[in-house]
Ligand binder design. Structure first.
Ligand SMILES: Nc1nc2c(c(=O)[nH]1)N[C@H]1C(S)=C(S)[C@@H](COP(=O)(O)OP(=O)(O)OC[C@H]3O[C@@H](n4cnc5c(=O)[nH]c(N)nc54)[C@H](O)[C@@H]3O)O[C@H]1N2
Ligand SMILES: Nc1nc2c(c(=O)[nH]1)N[C@H]1C(S)=C(S)[C@@H](COP(=O)(O)OP(=O)(O)OC[C@H]3O[C@@H](n4cnc5c(=O)[nH]c(N)nc54)[C@H](O)[C@@H]3O)O[C@H]1N2
Ligand code: SF4
Ligand SMILES: [Mo]
Length: 736
């Protein structure tokens, strides 16, 4: 038996920071993790924690810097030293700066970059949250991008900021006290961190009613007293507006709130007149009576809350649909009441010193100028990554010639991998910073090995608590933490003084803001210091608890709850939470139904984190091939059985997966996993890049998010195996 040590799990991104007991083996290597219920978060761990040993000591971990020696796309590298790697990087960057200007160098940060210290220090000054890295700002480039462009920003920043002037994380769903909980477009039973699902189980066992609005019956819909309400994908905004229609029609509305605290109510009431229960039933596929009852249930519950996420983000009016749900909750009087959707008390959040964040050298100079202005407005001037391939390939508005990719797998996560690949072909210089070789890395000139969070000293933030992250093991091979890799890059580019240069300096800086010292952190139980515990106060807008100036109201331009958003109008969008059919649906494009009669949704393959675990042997043994979920009725019509190879086809291309038949998905809808198409794992996974089926042309014009979940497709049983590459018939050359 080896030793044990308390620590923080360092496996998944978004760094939720579950507390763990790390068990070591005889060689003092991490052997396994068990929960640490006394930690700020960690009474239950997610299944990924079981793979800790294999992830950390994976044969596929990059152990030292690499230089590409084969052609682009071939993954042929030779090892080099860190010094050599930095020399090559700095030489290339300075030469590009000299010849073409610093703005021709870009940086893209993915979900692998979400370790907390990294997020706080490299966050763009003025951005509401960390989405992209400031590292090239002092170099002179405003062209920094990140995975906030296809994930979370709609729910986490745009919808709540535009409507209420706050972030998703400034609020919480009081599910512990709710009588009614809507699980709307999210699957907390499989999403990390696992804590929310535990709370839903408790709520259900204590009598709360759980309604799952989702085209798939997820585990929340199996809890006692729960109900599954299948909905036509992408039509959630129409449902929310239809529910508001009923509340207004039947005088269920919180009049005092509407009168004193909202902007745009009358116009909204006029707008939702068309969303009659009959019309909404047609759009959503939910019966009229059920819609009527649901409106009453929401308004009449003693505490109704919701959990929502990506199910609502990936359609044309994603941001507006999320806003429509928020407006519904406000009208129903379920905001900031016991058991409702509540605002956190700002006084209880533990502050940190983030004064070293750096501002963009000029959004106007970026390739994003004028495209997704609301996104950039709230995100520190970050240009949207949707525009990156065009900038590289068509010099629109000018050419990006070099790209860093950190903790991301662009070729598997973004629509149209062929277009991105063409763009990578065009680059003069590319760097990948990751734990393993990704498909993107095959185009990189230099690859730098990153550590997992187990191998670095840092901290985790839990709103009301800050916990020191102790280093659990020494870095594997020559890997370095992403934080250190960028701090050293800044140093080599002669602006290292702008970023704390090591974990000690970094921690001292962050702790300064908390009112505690490093000594307090070192000595506190579980190395955790906590913020204040002011008691809960409800309807905070009445008491001046939401605005920075202490006045009553909301932190929006009008000071009101903006049903009609002034910022959206200022940037030329419709200010009301307007529902729009997505670009490719049975309603907006019925002519496509003949060839593509099924609705396609794509989403994370939840046993994994997107593309991260394909190199893990146990994982591949358990999940050797990608499976598309489909209803038995749809399958029977196509003579398809579970495990049959099938082709999923959209107007853009086709991908082969295996079928998985389940009654837990509504008829007419199929659901395919993202994350395949990288260089790791089985051949079937390597070929199955679901984003061949999506495209960059379909997006939400406010967030710029790709439409990942509301597309049309056909699924057919596969007849012949493909050879992989189409070879032109050599005999053709002999003709004539
Ligand atoms: N294990 C694991 N955990 C993860 C991740 C992971 O890859 N693996 N990824 C992390 C990341 S990056 C993210 S963004 C989050 C995502 O967290 P979630 O949003 O909870 O992720 P999903 O499981 O995709 O849940 C989306 C749900 O929306 C449903 N849905 C699809 N289309 C529609 C629609 O049009 N309307 C409605 N109402 N529902 C719809 C899907 O059926 C699915 O059940 O999870 C995080 N946690
Ligand atoms: N079709 C379709 N596409 C989607 C989605 C969808 O629902 N449908 N979902 C979207 C969503 S929600 C998201 S968040 C994006 C995800 O987009 P990405 O973040 O680009 O994709 P991942 O596959 O999660 O890649 C993360 C990379 O980070 C690396 N990594 C993990 N930990 C670390 C670390 O500590 N340091 C470093 N340097 N690297 C690390 C992993 O090895 C992996 O290569 O994909 C989006 N793409
Ligand atoms: S959610 Fe899972 S992988 Fe993420 S920190 Fe917690 S236990 Fe680790
Ligand atoms: Mo995500």
């Amino acid at each position: 038996m080896g030793r044990k040590q308390e620590g923080i799990c360092g496996l998944c991104f978004h760094s939720p920071g579950c507390g763990v007991i790390v068990h070591f083996d005889e060689d003092d290597k991490i052997d396994r993790l068990t929960p640490d219920p006394d930690a700020p978060l960690g009474s239950v761990l997610c299944p990924i924690a079981d793979s800790a040993k294999q992830v950390v000591y994976s044969e596929k971990r990059i152990q030292q810097p690499l230089k590409r020696v084969g052609p682009k796309g071939t993954l042929k590298f030779e090892p080099i030293s860190w010094d050599e790697a930095y020399d090559i990087i700095v030489e290339n960057l300075n030469s590009l700066k000299h010849k073409y200007g610093p703005e021709t160098v870009g940086f893209y940060a993915g979900t692998g970059s979400y370790e907390r210290s990294f997020k706080d220090i490299y966050q763009l000054k003025g951005s509401k949250i960390y989405l992209a890295s400031s590292i090239l700002f002092p170099f002179g480039s405003p062209n920094t991008f990140g995975v906030g462009a296809p994930c979370y920003t709609s729910l986490g920043v745009l919808a709540p900021q535009l409507t209420m002037g706050c972030l998703h994380t400034d609020m919480f769903s009081d599910v512990d006290n709710s009588d009614l909980i809507l699980v709307w477009g999210t699957d907390p039973s499989t999403s990390t961190p696992p804590e929310m699902f535990g709370r839903l189980i408790t709520a259900a066992n204590e009598g709360a009613r759980i309604i799952v609005i989702d085209p798939r019956r997820t585990n929340a819909a199996r809890l006692p007293g729960s109900e599954w309400l299948p909905i036509r994908p992408g039509s959630d905004g129409a449902l929310a507006l239809g529910l508001s229609h009923i509340l207004i029609r039947d005088d269920w509305v919180d009049d005092v709130f509407v009168e004193d605290w909202t902007l745009g109510y009358d116009e909204f009431a006029e707008y939702v007149k068309e969303f009659t229960p009959e019309y909404v039933a047609q759009l959503t596929g939910i019966e009229t009576d059920r819609i009527e009852q649901l409106a009453e249930e929401i308004a009449d519950s003693e505490g109704a809350s919701y959990v929502m996420y990506t199910g609502l983000e990936y359609t044309k009016s994603g941001v507006q649909n999320l806003r429509a749900v928020m407006v519904l909750w406000a009208l129903a009087g379920q905001f900031d009441v016991e058991g409702g959707r509540c605002f956190a008390r700002r006084e209880n959040l533990i502050p940190m010193d983030k004064s070293c964040q750096i501002q963009t050298p000029g959004y106007e100079k970026s390739i994003g100028k004028g495209h997704f202005p609301v996104y950039s407005y709230f995100c520190g001037g970050e240009p949207h990554a949707n525009l990156l391939p065009k900038a590289i390939l068509e010099s629109e508005p000018y050419k990006i010639r070099s790209l860093f990719v950190l903790g991301a797998s662009i070729l598997t996560s973004w629509p149209d991998p062929q277009l991105w690949q063409n763009a990578f072909d065009e680059l003069d210089f590319m760097v990948s910073i990751d734990l393993q070789l990704t498909r993107d890395a095959a185009w990189a000139d230099i690859v730098l090995p990153a550590t997992t969070a187990f191998e670095q000293e840092s901290y985790c933030y839990y709103g009301n608590a800050l916990r020191l992250r102790k280093k659990i093991i020494e870095p594997v091979g020559q890997s370095r933490s992403c934080y250190d890799i960028l701090a050293e890059l800044a140093n080599r580019l002669e602006y290292g003084h702008l970023y704390p240069q090591d974990s000690k300096a970094l921690l001292e800086q962050i702790v300064q803001g908390t009112g505690h010292t490093m000594e307090d952190l070192e000595q506190a139980p579980k190395n955790t210091v906590r913020g204040k515990t002011q008691p809960m106060v409800y309807r905070k807008w009445e008491k001046g608890l939401l605005r920075k100036d202490g006045k009553p109201g909301f932190e929006t331009p009008s000071g009101k709850f903006e049903i009609k958003s002034t910022i959206l109008e200022q940037f030329g969008y419709n200010g009301l939470p307007k529902y729009e059919e997505s670009i490719e649906t049975p309603v907006s494009n019925p002519r496509m139904l003949k060839r593509y009669p099924l609705i396609l949704g794509t989403g994370p393959f939840k046993p994994d984190m997107k593309s991260c675990l394909r190199a893990i042997p146990d994982f591949m043994e358990k999940y050797p091939y990608p499976m598309v979920q489909m209803n038995p009725e749809d399958a029977a019509a196509r003579n398809i059985k579970t495990k049959d190879p099938v082709v999923i086809k959209t107007a853009r291309g086709s991908v082969m997966m295996r079928a998985y038949l389940t009654e837990d998905i509504m008829e007419g809808f199929v659901y395919a996993p993202v994350g395949g198409g990288g260089p790791q794992g089985t051949d079937e996974w390597k070929k199955a890049n679901v984003n061949i089926l999506t495209d960059l042309e379909q997006f939400d014009p406010i967030s710029g998010f790709p439409v990942y979940k509301t597309l049309l497709c056909q699924v057919k049983k596969k007849k012949r195996q493909r050879r992989g590459i189409a070879v032109q018939d050599p005999s053709l050359g002999c003709v004539g």
